[in-house]
Every structure is written in structure tokens, then in C-alpha cells.
Design a protein around this ligand. Structure first.
Ligand SMILES: NC(=O)c1ccc[n+]([C@@H]2O[C@H](COP(=O)([O-])OP(=O)(O)OC[C@H]3O[C@@H](n4cnc5c(N)ncnc54)[C@H](O)[C@@H]3O)[C@@H](O)[C@H]2O)c1
Ligand SMILES: [Zn+2]
Length: 663
């Protein structure tokens, strides 16, 4: 095939897949494969401009009008987005932008909602019309269908403009999707393949009362109109939200590309915690003037770029669901899979998180499941291939007893996780708690690792962390792989841990919900373990940022005789169970009741500054709000923070001003 024929064939192939995807909602290849083919075509076209064609899929928005609805010409054209898959792609995009606009460029980062593109028109605060993207110039009038979606406001509140359009995405959240499919399977109908295509298909149903039965949602992201009086994309999101639109608040303002990348990396890992599908992040030049300067290509705005997550996804068979018991007794359901190659490793197990997740996805033993890997975390099951479900399969019944010790499981109200309450008798809890105790951020016992802890417990040499301090060299020498030197190191490591400060000992105790930060708070507040032991739930709850859940957990911990005995023993061995005199001397309550936001670069490390605030009973907060007492500004403080503080009338002080406050 020569190049011309190759280009022609690719175009035809892509037209065909566009039709399957946008019109029939039944794609036959993955999005990734589609995008690769599109990229290939793009490259060929760039290298061979002689084959230019205005109708090429590289130059046109992929959809079409369906003729099943009234056709509406868009007043404001609707565009697609350019895609990037790597840091380099984004950097190149940024370079291009910088050449075209003057001044500083900030970005709004939003999630890329995976559904069907829609434009809503509002006049005098009332919902008037909803039109699909279609081919970008014209779309289908689906007003009656969209009216049935509860999150689409029919009447707006606040100071909205007289007339405007707002762009958004109609999505089908996971939970609704699973329900919908379960009902279909039960009724002997074919289940839907994925939420995106189902959302898009639902929108095109002829009977609005059918649409009303689909739990669709509408997420909005872009205002269009004349004289809206807006300056930035971020501001327009806030405004739209204030008028009553569902604008997800995961969006952030990023001052440069490194912040953009941070956002991307975060959501690449955390996107599965969202109730709906996202396939990436959309980065937009924040300033609307700059956006205007940059303009559009035939297909996409130049001021925006989608970053698509690499969805490394496979399907495999779920053989069995088993349950793991963690050190705090929390139960995690685990999917045992038919081994499958994914992202360079063989995956055999995937987390199912908790009972809600199993229910949400409606996962059952024997299902074909979609497994995905994001970042460093263990793979997740993100859905079920309902088409291949055995019609006789039964919903998963969650266990009621601990798989390790047989104790009846507990699930507190409002909590996702079940747990085993047999704190001191459940083997994985006993081992896990000691492993946590010796870990680096806790007692940091050198020469002792997690496997040795398990060995010591299984050999009956220790049963809790206090027992560590009774260990003798002669006892551990006979253990497997233990030599003279490693035994000495172990004993020395345990001895050295007696100098670890109180707050870390408190963290090491492994009280549920008492993480590093909470441990620090409690240590600073109570100063010693006796005071903490005596504290009532009410007293604990009075402390800043200590909620009911933590307070209950602390009280519960000290209500166990066994725990109190262990703590007494630790005290007896000489562990630090009170704040040191030296540290006490540096503490005051001078900043009590005051909240500080620290921003910029200072003469001392920022963490030291924060520690000084906390040591003097002040509070550190990450973002400026009306509750902020002072903003301590260092060099290079971000302009948006500066503006926000000024707007709210919050005093901005220097490092020297702050130090003077402490004098
Ligand atoms: N598998 C297939 O056969 C097949 C066929 C055609 C298209 N596709 C997929 O569809 C993609 C093309 O679709 P497209 O043209 O809609 O582009 P796109 O989905 O890559 O991006 C553009 C759309 O993103 C949406 N969007 C979601 N969140 C947004 C936000 N916060 N801000 C702005 N826009 C947001 C908008 O509706 C916009 O129209 C392809 O890259 C491919 O992945 C797949
Ligand atoms: Zn148990």
C-alpha cells in the first residue's frame, strides 16, 4: 500500500469507528487503540500535506447528528480536545503556548469526565435547551431527555447572566450502572458494556420517561456567552457552581506545569475512588483573554489539553473472594484472579476494598472482571463484564466472622470497613500491631524486620510489643537465619528505641485512627500518657481536629486492661511516655485560637515554621478562608493566594513579624 492509500484506509477505518462509537454507542475497539490509529493518521498527514482533506477524522469532531431529534445549529461551536499521553506532550504544548501569549500563564486542572458531551442553554435563569455536540456545528435537541436528569437545575439562583450556554458531560455513575445492569440481567436482557456508552445511548432514547429511569448525572465545566463578566476559567467554575450547577470541586488552579503534573499523578491513582468514570485530566489556560488569543484549530481549542490516563486494563476470571485481616482488625476483601499479564507484571490478586465496593460493582465469584493498574498501588477491579455472567450466579455474601479467629465481625455506623474486635487474640492483628510498632515512622527499631516479628510471634517468644523489651539474645540466636551479629543488632535496636519521643511512641501503640498527625496533637495536648489515659470522650473531642471517631477509639483502647498493662510495662522499661522537659520549655499557648496559612519561601524550612506555630498552640491550615487569622508570606508567595487574602481582608505578615509575635 502506498502512503496515499494508507491514509485513505486509515480515514475510512476511523470514520467507521466514529460511527460505531458516537451514533450506535457500540464501539468495537478500545479508546486507546482508536487514539493510536488517529495519531498514526495525524503523523502521515503532517508528513504528506498533499493528501490534505477537510473531512479527515483528524480535523473534525467525531460525532454526528442522528435525525431522530430536531437538529439545532450551535450558537457557539462545540469542540473536541487535543490529547496527550506523557509529560513531554504537555511540555511541548506549554512551549507552544508561551510563544503565543504574553505574561504569566496559569492553568485550571479539571477531571475529564467520561460521558457524552452536552451544551445547555439558560435564559433568564431558566433551563431552555440541551443539545448534543453532534458534529460540533450542529447537534441533536435532547432537551426533554436532559430535563429528567436531577442534577440539571431547571431554575438558577444567584446573579446569573441573562443568557448563556454551559458545556458539560452527561455521565452514568458506577453505582447506577451496576444497578441498571443487574436489573437487565435479571430480566434476561443483555447488559451494557460500560458507563460511557450507556450514558450516551440513554441520551438518545426517544421516550423521556425511559431516560428518567436511568440514574444519569450532568457534570459541568464551561461557560459560553457574550459579556459574562468573567476573567478566568477557575472563576467561571466557581460562578457556575454558585448558580446551582453540579461542578465537581476537584478542579484546582495550578501556577505552573509542575503543579499540573502533581494533580495528574494524584488523580491517576485516586480516580477510582470517584463515583463516576474519568479518563484523564483537562488542563486549561486559566486567563480567558489568553484563551481568546490562542483560539482554536478546526477541531480543538489551543488553550486546552487533555491528559489521558494510561488505562492499563485487562479482563480475567475471578476465581475466589478471600478476606484479609489487617493490624487494626480491618477486613479487606481480596479478589483471587486467574493470573494475567498487566503492566509488565503478572497479577493474581486485586483489592476489592470493602463490602460497599463489592456491592457497588456487583462483583461475584466466577465473573469475568476488568482489572486495572494505576501508579504504584495494587491492581483494582473496576468492573464486571456482565455479558459473560453466569445467569445462575448469586450476589456475593459478605463474611460475618473473622476468617483468622472466628470472632463475629463488627461494622460501625458510617464506616465502610468491617473489623474483627478480637484485638489481642487475632493472630494477624497481634503480628501486624508489633510490625507497626517497630516500623520506621514509629519506634524505628533497627535490626528488626516484619518477617522476624512474625517469626518471634509464631515461635511464642513474644505476644505483644511490650514483650520485645524482655527478649534475650539466647532466645533469638537459635532462630532461623539469626547469627551472633544480627542478634546483637536486634537487641541493641530495641534498646535504642527507648529514646524515641513520646509522640512517636503514641503513634506506635497502634490505636485505631491515631496516625502520625493525631498522635502529635494528642502528645502536645496531654503532655504525658497518664493524662491521655484519663481523658474522657468529651474532653478528647474538645481538642481541635479530634472528632468523635478518634475520641471513641482512644477511650476504647484504654478501656482494655491488656492495653493498659502493656503501656505500664513500656513505662517500666524506660520508654518516653511524656513530652521531654526541653520540649515543654519551648511551648506556649501564645497563639491559641489563631489559624495561620504559610506560603512562600522562608529563611528556615517551612516545616520548622509550622512546628513553631503548633508548639505555641496555633493552628496551621493549607488554604486561606475567612477563618484564617494571618497569612505568613515568604518570598515568591503565589499571586492568587495574595489576592485571596487581600479580598478577605486577612493580614499578611512577614516571617519577622511572626517571630516578634512569639517574643
Ligand atoms: N473506541 C472507539 O471506537 C472510539 C471511537 C471514537 C472515539 N473514541 C474515543 O473518544 C475520543 C474522542 O472523543 P472526543 O472528540 O469527545 O474527545 P475527548 O473525549 O478526548 O475530549 C473532548 C471532550 O471531553 C469532554 N470533557 C470532559 N470533561 C471535560 C472538562 N473538564 N473540560 C472540557 N471538556 C471535557 C468534552 O465533552 C469534550 O467534548 C477518542 O480519543 C477516543 O478515546 C473511541
Ligand atoms: Zn480475628
Amino acid at each position: 500500500m502506498n502512503t496515499g492509500e494508507k491514509i485513505k484506509a486509515l480515514r475510512e477505518e476511523l470514520h467507521h469507528h466514529n460511527h460505531l462509537y458516537y451514533v450506535l454507542d457500540k464501539p468495537e475497539i478500545s479508546d486507546y487503540d482508536f487514539d493510536q490509529k488517529l495519531k498514526e493518521l495525524q503523523k502521515l498527514e503532517e508528513a504528506h500535506p498533499e493528501f490534505h482533506d477537510d473531512n479527515s477524522p483528524t480535523l473534525r469532531v467525531g460525532g454526528a447528528v442522528t435525525k431522530n431529534f430536531a437538529t439545532v445549529t450551535h450558537e457557539h461551536r462545540m469542540y473536541s480536545l487535543d490529547n496527550s499521553y506523557s509529560k513531554e506532550d504537555l511540555e511541548n504544548w506549554e512551549k507552544r503556548i508561551r510563544k503565543q501569549v504574553d505574561g504569566e500563564v496559569n492553568y485550571t486542572c479539571e477531571l475529564k469526565y467520561d460521558g457524552a458531551s452536552i451544551s445547555l442553554t439558560y435564559v433568564k435563569g431558566e433551563f431552555k435547551q440541551a443539545v448534543t455536540r453532534g458534529d460540533g456545528f450542529k447537534g441533536d435537541d435532547v432537551t426533554n431527555n436532559v430535563r429528567t436528569i436531577r442534577s440539571v437545575p431547571l431554575k438558577l439562583k444567584g446573579d446569573y447572566p441573562e443568557k448563556f450556554e454551559i458545556g458539560g458531560e452527561i455521565v452514568l455513575p458506577y453505582e447506577g450502572f451496576a444497578h441498571l445492569n443487574a436489573a437487565r440481567v435479571e430480566a434476561g436482557e443483555e447488559p451494557y458494556a460500560n458507563p460511557r456508552n450507556t450514558a450516551s445511548g440513554s441520551l438518545k432514547l426517544q421516550d423521556s420517561s425511559e431516560v428518567a429511569k436511568r440514574p444519569l448525572d450532568c457534570l459541568l465545566y464551561g461557560l459560553k456567552g457574550h459579556k459574562l463578566g468573567l476573567k478566568t476559567q477557575y472563576e467561571s467554575l466557581e460562578k457556575a457552581r454558585s448558580w446551582g450547577f453540579k461542578v465537581p470541586d476537584e478542579a484546582i488552579l495550578a501556577k505552573d506545569l509542575s503543579e499540573v503534573l502533581k494533580y495528574i499523578n494524584y488523580w491517576d491513582v485516586h480516580r477510582h475512588d470517584l463515583p463516576y468514570e474519568t479518563d484523564g485530566v483537562v488542563v486549561k489556560v486559566n486567563d480567558l483573554h489568553q484563551q481568546e488569543e490562542l483560539g482554536h484549530t478546526a477541531k480543538s481549542p489551543r488553550w486546552a489539553m487533555a491528559y489521558k490516563f494510561q488505562a492499563e486494563q485487562v479482563t480475567t476470571h475471578l476465581n475466589k473472594i478471600t478476606y484479609q485481616v489487617g493490624r487494626t482488625g480491618a477486613i479487606t476483601p481480596v479478589a483471587n484472579l486467574e493470573p494475567v499479564q498487566l503492566g509488565g507484571t503478572v497479577v493474581k490478586r486485586a483489592s476489592l476494598h470493602n463490602a460497599d465496593q463489592i456491592q457497588k460493582l456487583d462483583v461475584r465469584e466466577g465473573d469475568e472482571v476488568y482489572v486495572e493498574k494505576g501508579g504504584e498501588i495494587i491492581p483494582k477491579i473496576i468492573g464486571v463484564n456482565f455479558k459473560q455472567r453466569d445467569p445462575n450466579s448469586k450476589p456475593t455474601e459478605y463474611i460475618t466472622e473473622c476468617p483468622e479467629c472466628g470472632t463475629e465481625l463488627i461494622r460501625n455506623e458510617g464506616e465502610a470497613q468491617h473489623y474483627c474486635p478480637n484485638f489481642n487474640g487475632c493472630p494477624p492483628q497481634v503480628i501486624g500491631r508489633i510490625q507497626h510498632f517497630i516500623s520506621r515512622k514509629a519506634m524505628d527499631v533497627e535490626g528488626l524486620g516484619g518477617e522476624t516479628v512474625a517469626l518471634l510471634v509464631n515461635e511464642g517468644l513474644i505476644g505483644n510489643y511490650a514483650d520485645l523489651y524482655e527478649l534475650k539474645k539466647e532466645q533469638i540466636l537459635p532462630l532461623e537465619r539469626m547469627a551472633e551479629k544480627s542478634a546483637d543488632n536486634l537487641i541493641q535496636g530495641i534498646e535504642n528505641s527507648k529514646n524515641i519521643p513520646f509522640e512517636r511512641v503514641l503513634f506506635a501503640l497502634g490505636i485505631r485512627y491515631v496516625g502520625e498527625t493525631v498522635a502529635k496533637k494528642l502528645a502536645n495536648h496531654f503532655k504525658n500518657i497518664e493524662a491521655l489515659e484519663k481523658a474522657s470522650k468529651e474532653e478528647l473531642e474538645k481538642i481541635d481536629e479530634i472528632g468523635e471517631r478518634i475520641a471513641e477509639s482512644v477511650v476504647e483502647f484504654f478501656s482494655s486492661e491488656e492495653n493498659v498493662k502493656n503501656v505500664e510495662r513500656l513505662k517500666g522499661y524506660g520508654l518516653q511516655l511524656a513530652i521531654s522537659a526541653e520540649k515543654l520549655a519551648n511551648q506556649t499557648v501564645k497563639l491559641k485560637g489563631q489559624t495561620f496559612v504559610v506560603s512562600g519561601v522562608f529563611s528556615m524550612p517551612r516545616n520548622d515554621l509550622k512546628k513553631m506555630i503548633e508548639d505555641n498552640a496555633g493552628k496551621v491550615s493549607g488554604s486561606i478562608s475567612s477563618k484564617t487569622s494571618y497569612v505568613i508570606a515568604g518570598e515568591n508567595m503565589g499571586p492568587s493566594k495574595h489576592a485571596k487574602a487581600e479580598n478577605l481582608g486577612i493580614p499578611i505578615i512577614s516571617e519577622e513579624d511572626f517571630l516578634r509575635m512569639l517574643k
